[in-house]
Design a protein around this ligand. Structure first.
Ligand code: IPM
Ligand code: MG
Length: 359
């Protein structure tokens, strides 16, 4: 099996945080004498700039041949009026689809030291530990028909939420399996009071649950779920979501941890897995060395855990992050007004320093 990792920094703060993630990756590889080859390519807005294509075929091919992909973020307002296939976001969507990454795992864990960084009250967010399992290559993101047209009544834009039973089954299984190493509770999110696709979702998830008698399943409507995430987030263990509901709820849930700058993610299902921070390009701070690299560093931990089966390396990185937070090191996004703030480099240096203290 290849031990190549492809790094796709992308746009905005992507390059800064990916560089920080790669430093942690190289440090870990060196420490454990792993021969990991790293290749880097431009995608998204930078792909459009360099090759006139958000995801050039050669880059996709390199990803296919690698064991794992570490991605920063994609998006650039300069291309907002480009046609769908020439938008930076297309790179990420196509990559997920082409690599068969149907399951997106987004752990939402509130670090003890950051309970005061959330806009919510500490007593609400303390101890939150949720795993969002988001379907990633189906639903309204990919459903046909879709388009922008002019008809006799006027201009029209349309998309379709489409789910086949096998797509629901396989993502439900990922959620049930994942819950077994956690609290064994799955909450499936839908809008079955309005949408047929959600009616099918609910019934297929319920059928799939029969194979997991040790896991308890409940269903919740997405609007209620959005409210419950703020009101009583600790009630949730695993949240099973469609592509779009998972996109929206994971940004909302991110704020329970203090900042979206804290959240890693893993996209799995094919031979190559993809790891990326949940945050976007943050154009307001891009290139300024201010971005929080912890979500990408935590994504590197997931990369070692899931793609290299190295729980020990993943734990070591997560411990170093925990130590750094306990020492009060803060980038602006997780700082209180009284805190001293460091930039990307400062945060990375603290993590590296703590890594050097572990074993
Ligand atoms: C995410 C992002 C992407 C998505 C965008 C950049 C296409 O918001 O990963 O959550 O909607 O899936
Ligand atoms: Mg999103």
């Amino acid at each position: 099996m290849s031990s190549r990792v492809v790094a796709l920094p992308g746009d905005g703060i992507g390059p800064e945080v990916v560089e920080a993630g790669l430093e942690v990756l190289r440090e870990s590889a060196k420490k454990y004498a792993l021969d990991i080859e790293i290749e880097q390519y431009a995608i998204g807005g930078r792909g459009i700039e360099e090759y006139g294509d958000p995801l050039p075929p050669a880059v996709l091919e390199a990803c296919r041949k690698s064991r794992a992909v570490l991605l920063g973020s994609v998006g650039d307002a300069r291309y907002d009026s480009n046609p769908h296939h020439l938008r930076p976001e297309r790179a990420l969507l196509q990559l997920r689809k082409e690599l068969g990454l149907f399951a997106n795992l987004r752990p939402i864990k509130c670090h003890e030291a950051l309970t005061f960084a959330s806009p919510l009250k500490p007593e609400i967010v303390k101890g939150v530990d949720i795993l969002i399992v988001r379907e990633l290559i189906g639903g309204i993101y990919f459903g046909e028909p879709r388009g922008l047209e002019t008809r006799s009544q006027g201009r029209v834009g349309f998309n379709s939420e489409v789910y086949y039973d096998f797509e629901i089954q396989r993502i439900a299984r990922v959620a049930f399996e994942a819950s077994r190493s956690r609290g064994r509770r799955v909450t499936s999110v839908d809008k079955s009071n309005v949408l047929e696709s959600s009616q099918l979702w609910r019934s297929v998830v319920s059928e799939a649950a029969n194979e997991y008698a040790d896991v308890s399943l409940s269903h919740i409507l997405v609007d209620n779920c959005a409210m419950q995430l703020i009101a009583r987030p600790r009630q949730f263990d695993v949240l099973l979501c469609t592509n779009m509901f998972g996109d929206i709820l994971s940004d909302e849930a991110a704020m329970l941890t203090g900042s979206i700058g804290m959240l890693p993610s893993a996209s799995v299902g094919g031979e190559t897995a993809l790891y990326e921070p949940v945050h976007g390009t943050a154009p307001d701070i891009a290139g300024k060395g201010k971005a929080n690299p912890l979500a990408t560093i935590a994504s590197v931990a997931l990369l070692f855990r899931h793609s290299f089966q190295r729980e020990d390396i993943a734990r070591r990185i997560e411990t170093a992050v925990e130590m750094t937070l306990n020492q009060g090191v803060r980038t602006a996004d997780i700082a209180l007004p009284s805190d001293q703030v460091v930039g990307t480099r400062g945060m990375l240096d603290s993590v590296l320093e703590n890594l050097s203290l572990i074993r």
